[in-house]
Design a protein around this ligand. Structure first.
Ligand code: GDP
Ligand code: MN
Length: 378
């Protein structure tokens, strides 16, 4: 899950990583009030879950109260890469001497935590990688050893930072960011730009934090950071109902118990020439409500022409799934054909329930998948 800039800075505050002073506003009037009571200049920053806000006109300096109205209105009206601006962060305007890029990421390829830095701060790192790759330094840090002074020295060498006082502040920030990534199990924490301002102070001017969805438990008071703004309405419904759902572009809707079986189901659909419309894992529990919610989510996708159930009952009980299907058929008026593979715990009970509804089942995954694919061909 991506965090907004202000949320990321909220995490920075917990780790005592310095940021500019700022306040949030949710509408034009609030923003103008804050600006009236602030020392000018201030910077007004659109809060959206995408980068490149600066270029899109989403980050603007307000030097005088006369300018405030126009700047605030223009930013609240923006749509940046499909994200409408609903909140702005208003921060003290600073005199920047140098902009630096600094990030840590959980690097699954090298199985390390990778520090990335460049002297070309403010520019998107992808652009720097393309246009000036020699400006980027990557340092792999073994999580078992932790961050060492030689890692930090290589950063100073690369960025030509020799001033002792700056080195001290910089070291402090690097160590705190590393602590943050490891303690909170983050996929990414990026500061772009990290700035050196007048008086030789270093501050995080921007933040980009990506939380690992499996690691949210490491964050205290996580509800303050939770946001679903990056998800489709279907993905939100799935999350709220305890289903793992990923939308894909095919036409065979899948409802499966267990992530491994769901992956295997998608593979087999492909193998027989079909295209899955989604990944959906109803999980190991036996809750008829989950089945109903799963069907509701899947049929919102107009591409779906058939719904394939692949249930291998273990902890999941086939009769619970069958009852879920039964309820769904009763209340949802399902027009799509259902192909059902059902085997395992309480199989007989499940099959009986479905048969009473006139629904065929099979115990063979292969048969079910072939059938679903053939229905698409008709
Ligand atoms: P992004 O474009 O979405 O990455 O937004 P940033 O928060 O990184 O801001 C973009 C750019 O605006 C920064 O790289 C700075 O050059 C500039 N900027 C932001 N805040 C200030 C500030 O307080 N003073 C000055 N002079 N420039 C700022
Ligand atoms: Mn930035």
């Amino acid at each position: 899950m991506k965090l907004y800039e202000f949320q990321g800075k909220g995490l920075f505050a917990r780790y005592h990583i310095p940021t500019p002073k700022g306040k949030m506003a949710e509408n034009v009037n609030q923003a103008l009030d804050i600006i009236k009571n602030s020392k000018l200049p201030v910077v007004v920053k659109a809060q959206v879950l995408t980068g490149g806000r600066g270029k899109a006109g989403g980050v603007k300096l307000v030097r005088s109260l006369d300018e405030a109205n126009e700047v605030v209105n223009s930013i609240f009206g923006l749509d940046i890469k499909g994200y409408k601006v609903k909140k702005v962060l208003i921060e003290e305007g600073l005199e920047i001497k140098k902009e630096i890029y600094l990030s840590f990421l959980m690097n699954r390829n090298s199985e390390k935590i990778t520090l990335i830095t460049s002297g070309e701060g403010g520019m998107e790192i992808e652009t720097v990688a393309k246009e000036k790759p020699e400006a980027i330094l990557k340092v792999d840090i073994d999580p078992l050893l932790g961050i060492k002074s030689y890692h930090i020295t290589s950063v100073f060498d690369h960025l030509h930072i020799s001033d002792r006082e700056l080195q001290k502040q910089f070291t402090d920030i690097i160590k705190k960011m590393y602590k943050m990534v490891t303690e909170l199990y983050l996929n990414l924490v990026e500061i772009n730009p990290l700035v050196i301002i007048k008086g030789n102070r270093i501050l995080a001017l921007d933040s980009k934090v990506i939380i690992d969805d499996n690691g949210v438990g490491f964050i205290k008071d996580f509800d303050a950071f939770k946001n679903y703004d990056d998800l489709t309405p279907e993905e939100i419904t799935a999350k709220e109902n305890g289903l793992s759902f990923v939308k894909l572009n095919g036409n065979i809707g899948c409802i499966v118990n267990g992530a491994g079986l769901a992956m295997a189901t998608m593979d087999m659909i492909k193998h027989f020439g079909g295209e899955p419309a989604n990944f959906l894992d109803v999980g190991g529990s036996s809750n008829p409500e989950k089945v109903i919610n799963a069907i509701k989510i899947i049929r919102k996708d107009k591409n779906v022409k058939v719904i394939l159930f692949n249930i291998f009952g273990g902890i999941t009980r086939c009769d619970d799934i069958a009852n879920g299907i039964k309820k769904a058929v009763e209340i949802l008026d399902i027009k799509l054909p259902l192909v059902i593979r059902l085997t395992g715990t309480n199989e007989k009970e499940g099959v009986d329930i479905l048969r009473s509804l006139g629904l065929e089942t099979t115990t063979s995954m292969q048969k079910a998948v072939k059938k679903a694919v053939s229905l698409i061909g008709e």
